[in-house]
Design a protein around this ligand. Structure first.
Ligand code: DAH
Length: 379
């Protein structure tokens, strides 16, 4: 190719690179000149037909042209890449002052909202959230909580048992957990096994709150086979019943948003606490209408007690050195009471009309000051 031919090639390539507005268009230019059948490639292939002196000078010229075009392509690619990035950044820029786009449609489920509220209240008192598995071993769900096999309390739990696990390693195809060794798997019937797991994993002082799913083979208007509980556990050197009472009175009043809510501790029995108490809040049921905080009547909302010395012992904690209190409550139940939700089953129906009515706006973040008066969704 004569010299002015090479110059023209560079000129047209320069012009085409300058107007390429995308990386794809740029690649077309590269193929046109430098591809296998590109004009520069073909011109280089023709060098062989020239005599040695002409080949040397033409070759040098073509190589220079190739370098030039390659450099221009690389620069243009960089420029276009930067521009594309800037365009994307501009397009994806979020205006944080705009209203939340999904606030009109999405709702926080009352269970999630209630859990957040409970965690906010106990969080303020220095509790941390702990969790445990839904599929639990019999030992943690019952035995370690001072509910040995054959204990009558087991009957009340309507436990879902999982099939015994086969142990493939042994030749006799033995099964583990069919009976007494405590490894039989259950769907946890309460959140209390997380007490055991926590005490085994950490030394006191312990101050945990455990919201989570629980399971019992029970289904009617006020029971669901899957439901939620929240467990609390405090263990320290000088924890006493006064701490239990103060903590739970404070919780009830904060949760229902009533500073003078009457709270009563009624002696009760749980295998894992001694003494045990059920906690009632004051209410009125006049005219078939339930009003929380009004006088005259009582409504049970949670179970509690001082952690049984045997339970501490089962977890390697010396009951002569440490005492603790624990409590547990049903989340659906207190959500129904606080937010006036009449039917338990609706919680799990996924009916959007129900959720729009009883659900909460996503940015309606629970706090200590959010009592029952402001807590009900305006939807
Ligand atoms: N685990 C009990 C239940 O499911 C509730 C409960 C009562 C938990 C008393 C506690 C407690 O930690 O102290 O019925």
């Amino acid at each position: 190719m004569p010299r002015d031919g090479t110059n023209r090639l560079i000129e047209t390539a320069t012009a085409e690179i300058a107007v390429a507005t995308s990386l794809e268009a740029l690649d077309d230019v590269r193929v046109k000149y430098l591809g296998r059948r590109g004009s520069l490639t073909l011109a280089m292939r023709e060098l062989g037909a020239l005599d040695p002196a002409a080949r040397r000078s033409a070759g040098a010229e073509l190589n220079a042209a190739k370098d030039r075009i390659t450099t221009m392509l690389a620069e243009a690619a960089q420029r276009l890449g930067r521009a594309a990035l800037e365009q994307r950044l501009a397009a994806e820029r979020a205006d944080v002052t705009l209203p939340v786009p999904f606030a009109g449609d999405g709702r926080i489920h009352p269970i999630s909202q209630t859990i957040d509220e409970i965690v906010a209240i106990f969080g303020e008192m220095g509790f941390v959230v702990a969790e445990g598995p839904h599929i639990e071993e019999d030992y943690y769900n019952f035995t370690a909580l001072n509910i040995p096999p054959e204990h009558p309390a087991r009957q009340e739990h309507d436990t879902f048992y999982l099939p015994p696990r086969a142990v493939h390693r042994t030749s006799q195809a033995a099964t583990v957990g069919a009976a007494g060794d405590g490894s039989r798997l259950v769907l946890r019937t309460h959140t209390s096994p997380v007490q055991i797991r926590t005490m085994l994993a950490q030394q006191p002082p312990i101050r945990i709150i455990v919201p989570g799913r629980t399971f019992r083979a029970d289904h009617d208007a006020t029971h669901s086979p899957m439901f939620h509980q929240v467990e609390g556990l405090v263990v320290d050197r000088s924890t006493h019943m006064g701490h239990l009472k103060g903590c739970l009175i404070e919780f009830c009043r904060a949760f229902f948003g009533l500073d003078d809510l009457p709270v009563r501790f009624r002696p009760s029995y749980f295998p894992f606490t001694e003494p045990s108490a059920e906690v009632d809040i004051g209410c009125s049921r006049q005219g078939g209408h339930l009003e929380i905080g009004a006088g005259g009547d009582w409504l049970e909302i949670l179970g509690s007690g001082m952690v049984h010395p045997k339970v501490l012992q089962n977890c390697g904690i010396d009951p002569a050195q440490y005492q603790g209190f624990a409590f547990g409550m049903g989340i659906e139940r207190i959500a129904m009471l606080k937010y006036g939700i009449p039917d338990l089953r609706a919680f799990y129906d996924s009916d959007l009309r129900w959720l729009r009515h009883y659900g909460f706006l996503p940015l309606d973040i629970p706090s200590l000051v959010r009592g029952s008066l402001t807590g009900v969704s305006a939807a």
